[in-house]
Design a protein around this ligand. Structure first.
Ligand code: APR
Length: 730
């Protein structure tokens, strides 16, 4: 059934998308939640505006004459200006400042203008792969013993048959060379580097990009080949193709095919330049200061307000038309695209090769930075993924252009954290880092409704993240930025249903961003395995709401809370209190203190691995079945426990450090008190400026309903239980 849809009724400020009465769960339906029509607000995919038109300004460098005066069939006229050979602009190979040492046969050494060396080498006849390698090395003599072009040789000499190889050397390569050598004519205005901390845009014509990419293919860019830590461009991605030409693996050959196909499409021939693309592409670096980021612990926006379409079919680039499409990036943009890599970002960069030029001028991204790329055209189709990736022929991109002549394809590069051990991802500061990263990518200043986001398992492949967590984080960010979310689970129907069910649950219980923040940042201290996150959330929300005073009367007294706590916490955690703790157990009990802490106990911030030191998780270290069974038992126990109110206190105390759904519980409790004292809710003053902890509210509830005092569980510094009797709550 086509993903159309009718009818959606909104309730409690949240959008409940219903498809003919059933949420897209018809037989054969791959999607749940809102229909794509609802995601697009009933408009066509390209009706909502993403970004303003291109206009040269202090923060927007345009490399052609703007506004464009040429007819649609003619590329925009390149801006004429003087080169800049400095640390804030791209050092172009055709600059007169680009010089290179040449050693003559007699051993004497001279300094030559490198562009002349490049022209001389490339204008020689080049009839095979070895001669191409020799030509490229002749102006990169420093690397003649390091670079080997085995992938290029394999493609041109083994994979292509004789006629195809002849076409490459007699037709395509000369076109690439001719285009590359037009650099002094096509790119005169200096290209600013998009450096860290900058908010700046660069817009180039597709023609200029193709000329720059032809130079990258021929490895002409100076100073971009050394990987020394201290070198000038060590914080920039690589741009010359030499690494691609020498990488191994079948996917590398297929990536080179995509790039050669791109050049076949855009390089003019001697007699015909009608194939030159005439559009433009904008690259915008976003960099937010700490003060511009949300305080996730205080946002009241209900998660249900975010329309969610989640599907196990399709891909971001094919089904995310008109939406803000997420590039699951590396902080060095493009990741392994000019090497052996071939997953989401690398694939996007080779089927839309204009994205590759971002590597020329974009410094690696900091935690609160993102890169928006608008207008890149798609030239290739593909099949497979990673090791099975293969070029699958031409792609005619029919996406309409905007008023600035950009294809209406908006891609935002955001790099997730790379986790060595999956449990790190539940640490509060790393959850915050991922929320802020996605926020930088999804935020906007639009006064019109913002287009939706097309995303998926961001950070959950090569970077080892938990898609169930990342899905919730992206829902939180879409809630704050008021963007619908289309989530592609990439074939995982189970994940689709779990996320959809959780989203529906959060919607039905009117859970807001800060509540979910509290839950997620409490989870880590439970030391549960990653696949229990949702059980934990269900358990907490059900417990808390089930026992809001309105619905349950508290039992008069918590009996033996310590035993009750023990069966709530994992046995080894409970025992940890009695035995001398090892360093890791100490850390664990510290984390538990985070949960049990009363106001006076300061939990030592765990030594958080720095961004760079976190490396990919090993998928084989998935939680053992026994731990999962134990964890599930624990969450069932938690649910059972809350059936008897004596235990309720233990569960809530387990979270005393976090205000879980405090607002909701507090308002219901207040309502209850008022009913008793015949005060209408609206006139109730908030009790005190500080939001009381859940425990305090429960204490008040106990003392109000049942009289006896409850024991407040606190852990002292060494993790031992100590009990204090709370002061009477008024
Ligand atoms: N559309 C939707 N989902 C996709 C697509 C797609 N086209 N391609 C892949 N996915 C899903 C898959 O489930 C994949 O496992 O996204 C998951 C994450 O993809 P990765 O590329 O592994 O992203 P990530 O884990 O963030 O790793 C980023 O990989 O691509 C490189 O340069 C990138 O170094 C960076 C790292």
């Amino acid at each position: 059934m086509a993903e159309g849809g009718s009818g959606s009724d909104s309730s409690v400020g949240s959008v409940v998308c219903v498809e003919n009465g059933v949420e897209g769960s018809g037989v054969g339906e791959h999607w749940r939640g809102c229909s794509m029509e609802e995601i697009h607000n009933g408009l066509n995919e390209f009706e909502l505006e993403h970004v303003p038109a291109v206009r040269p300004s202090e923060t927007h460098t345009v490399l052609y004459h703007c506004p464009i005066r040429e007819p649609d069939s003619v590329p925009p006229r390149p801006l004429r200006a003087h080169h800049k050979w400095d640390a804030t602009h791209v050092r172009l190979p055709c600059s007169s400042k680009s010089q290179y040492p040449v050693t003559a046969a007699d051993g004497s050494s001279t300094i030559e203008a490198r562009w002349e060396m490049i022209e001389k080498a490339l204008l020689q006849p080049i009839n095979n792969s070895k001669e191409l390698q020799a030509a490229i090395l002749s102006y990169n003599t420093k690397y003649e013993n390091q670079w080997n072009f085995r992938a290029l040789h394999k493609l041109l000499e083994d994979d292509l048959d004789e006629s195809e190889a002849r076409v490459f050397f007699e037709d395509l390569l000369p076109r690439i060379i001719r285009l590359a050598l037009r650099l002094p004519e096509l790119v005169q205005a200096p290209i600013p580097l998009l450096k860290q901390g900058q908010c700046h845009s660069v817009t180039l014509s597709q023609q200029q990009i193709s000329c720059l990419l032809a130079n990258a293919f021929l490895c002409t860019f100076p100073r971009r080949n050394t990987m020394k830590k201290r070198s000038e461009y060590s914080t920039f991605p690589d741009i010359n193709f030499n690494r691609l030409f020498q990488s191994g693996g079948g996917a590398v050959i297929e990536k080179i095919k995509c790039i050669c196909h791109y050049f076949r499409r855009v390089c003019p021939t001697e007699r015909d330049s009608s194939n030159v693309p005439t559009g433009v592409v904008t690259f915008t670096r976003r960099s937010l200061a700490a003060g511009e980021l949300p305080n996730w612990a205080e946002i009241q926006a209900p998660l249900g307000a975010t329309p969610l379409h989640i599907t196990s079919a399709g891909t971001i680039e094919d089904q995310g038309l008109g939406l803000l499409q997420v590039d699951f990036a590396n902080k060095y943009l493009g990741g392994g695209v000019l090497g052996g890599g071939c997953v989401q970002e690398e694939i996007r960069f080779v089927i839309c090769p204009e994205l590759l030029i971002s590597k020329l001028f974009t410094e690696c991204l900091r935690p609160t930075e993102a890169l928006l790329m608008v207008g890149a055209e798609r030239f290739s189709d593909y099949n497979g993924y990673a090791g099975t990736f293969e070029w699958a022929g031409n792609h005619d991109d029919c996406i309409p252009r905007d008023s600035s002549r950009r294809r209406q394809t908006h891609i935002v590069a955001i790099d997730a954290l790379h986790f060595m051990q999956s449990q790190h991802q539940y640490r509060e500061d790393l959850i915050k880092r991922e929320l802020n990263k996605a926020y930088v990518g999804f935020q906007h200043t639009l006064s019109t409704p913002a287009p939706g986001v097309a995303s998926g398992n961001w950070g959950c492949g090569a970077f080892g993240g938990d898609p169930r967590l990342k899905a919730l984080l992206q829902i939180m960010v879409c809630t704050v930025t008021q963007r619908p979310l289309v989530y592609f689970t990439f074939g995982d129907a189970k994940l689709r249903d779990e996320v959809h069910r959780m989203h529906t649950f959060l919607l039905e219980h009117n859970v807001c961003v800060k509540d979910l923040w509290n839950l997620l940042t409490s989870y880590q201290s439970q030391n549960m395995t990653p696949n229990e996150l949702y059980n934990f959330i269900y358990g907490c929300i059900s417990n808390t709401l089930k026992h809001s005073p309105k619905t349950k009367t508290m039992s008069p007294k918590c009996k033996n809370i310590r035993n009750l706590l023990t069966c709530w916490l994992k046995p080894q955690q409970a025992n940890a209190r009695e035995m001398p703790v090892s360093s890791s157990a100490a850390r664990r009990s510290n984390l538990n203190q985070d949960i049990f802490a009363s106001s006076e106990s300061e939990v030592e911030a765990d030594s958080v691995p720095s961004e760079d030191s976190i490396v990919a998780v090993d998928p084989s270290t998935s939680p053992s079945a026994s731990k999962t069974i134990a964890a599930n038992a624990q969450s069932i126990a938690a649910t059972e426990q809350t059936k008897s109110s004596q235990l309720h206190d233990s569960v809530e105390m387990a979270r005393n450090g976090k205000k879980l759904l405090a607002g909701k519980l507090e308002s219901e409790q207040t309502e209850l008190q008022m009913k008793k004292s015949n005060v209408s809710p609206s006139t109730e003053k908030p009790t005190g400026s500080r939001q009381r902890s859940l425990l305090e509210m429960l204490d008040q509830c106990y003392t109000t309903n049942a009289g006896p005092e409850t024991k407040r569980i606190c852990l002292n510094k060494t993790g031992n239980l100590k009990s204090t009797t709370p002061t009477k709550q008024q």
